[in-house]
Ligand binder design. Structure first.
Ligand code: ACO
Length: 336
């Protein structure tokens, strides 16, 4: 048996900055409302025509991660790509990364677990490495939200929260099983699938032709829906549970955490968790202020920035935790 470790990290965000004030010019919202409730000050949006897609942003992040890992693309054995905003309905973006990077015909797996996508993706990659099947796996989380949001007052409760971007990690075999990814824990509760969802078009429900035929201007089913307060209540409970689950498994305590990277759902959620575990400001990394909620990309972007700033160091106990649509949630405990 082996462990896996994160040997390289990278991220990419589009250049175009959209501030809260920019949004207040196109919908009835304001900087104070957004900051107070979410902590977000600005986010990045892809500019249509610039060529950025979920797959291409993932490729840009992946190139940085591979360079930092010091490995040639020929050494990548497998791709795991997490997103809720794929370029195509199918195939998923994993194969587009294989093509764009000019990789051999290695396997490419797409993960559909929304805000928990990156934690699910590294858990999958970790299992392939633990069994000895693969040595280096490219794990990407990338989202292009902005083109699919209702950017009018009607959609403001959701559209002000989300931003575009990508993060990537190279997972590499680690012979020392006391280091690297020590454990991952994954959960779901489909009973609440519709509380945070985009339900159309769907093959089992209303397909594109139905939407076109109905041509209903009040139809919002092809925009994301979120029951914000219900999500908040569930998120704080599940985040706490799954972090504790990971710590217990490794005989660790909250005071052993050197860096917690929570999925950047909402600054208020992160602050609640920080307080609950009694962690000081330097032990929880937040960058939702700059990028909004980038769903599957939020953890790898935040982890990369924390690492670039020297806040994640060799020997540190790093905990990743996420909660989101599904509901799904998960954690990873890493000895860096
Ligand atoms: N700007 C101004 N006013 C707004 C906006 C906006 N962008 N959006 C909603 N409002 C208004 C509403 O219309 C409502 O007005 P009313 O009282 O006249 O009806 C009022 O603000 C309050 O609306 P609520 O939905 O009750 O606002 P709430 O205080 O619950 O805050 C929020 C909404 C921030 C989404 C909150 O529920 C929350 O933090 N939820 C957690 C979910 C979350 O963070 N999800 C992130 C994505 S999912 C994930 O990553 C897990």
């Amino acid at each position: 048996m082996y462990n896996s470790k994160i040997s390289g990290l990278g991220y990419y965000v589009p250049e175009h900055v959209v501030t809260n004030n920019d949004l207040s010019k196109i919908m009835d919202t304001n900087d104070e409302w957004i900051r107070e409730r979410t902590g977000i000050q600005e986010r990045r949006h892809v500019v249509k025509g610039d060529g950025d897609t979920t797959a291409t942003m993932g490729v840009k992040a992946a190139k940085v991660a591979m360079e930092r890992a010091g490995i040639d693309k020929k050494e990548i054995d497998f791709i795991v790509f997490a997103t809720l905003s794929p370029d195509y309905y199918f195939p998923g973006p994993g194969v587009l990364v294989q093509k764009e990077l000019g990789l051999d015909t290695i396997g490419a797996l797409d993960v559909r677990n929304q805000c928990s996508g990156f934690v699910y993706a590294i858990s999958v990659a970790d299992q392939f490495i633990k069994t000895g099947m693969y040595k280096n796996i490219l794990v990407i989380g990338s989202e292009l939200h902005s083109t699919g949001l209702d950017m009018t007052t009607r959609g403001r409760a959701v559209s002000v929260i989300f931003g575009d971007g990508a993060g990537a990690a190279v997972l590499t075999r680690e012979e020392d099983t006391t280091r690297g990814i020590l454990s991952t824990h994954l959960h779901s509760e489909g009973e609440h699938a519709e509380e945070l969802a985009l339900t159309a078009p769907g093959m089992g429900g209303r397909w594109v032709l139905d939407i076109l035929k109905e041509n209903d201007p009040e139809d919002t089913s092809y925009y994301p829906y979120m029951n914000g307060q219900f999500v908040f209540k569930n998120a704080v409970v599940r985040f706490s549970e799954v972090i504790m689950e990971g710590l217990k498994q490794n005989k660790l305590h909250p005071s052993d955490i050197d860096m917690l990277i929570p999925h950047q759902a909402n600054l208020r959620i992160s602050q609640f968790i920080q307080q609950k575990f009694g962690l000081s400001d330097d032990k929880v990394y937040n960058n939702i202020q700059k990028y909004g909620n980038t769903t599957a990309a939020s953890i790898p972007i935040a982890l990369t920035e924390a690492w670039e700033e020297g806040k994640v160091k060799e020997g540190d106990v790093v905990v990743l935790a996420a909660f989101g649509s599904g509901f799904t949630w998960g954690s990873a405990v890493i000895k860096w």
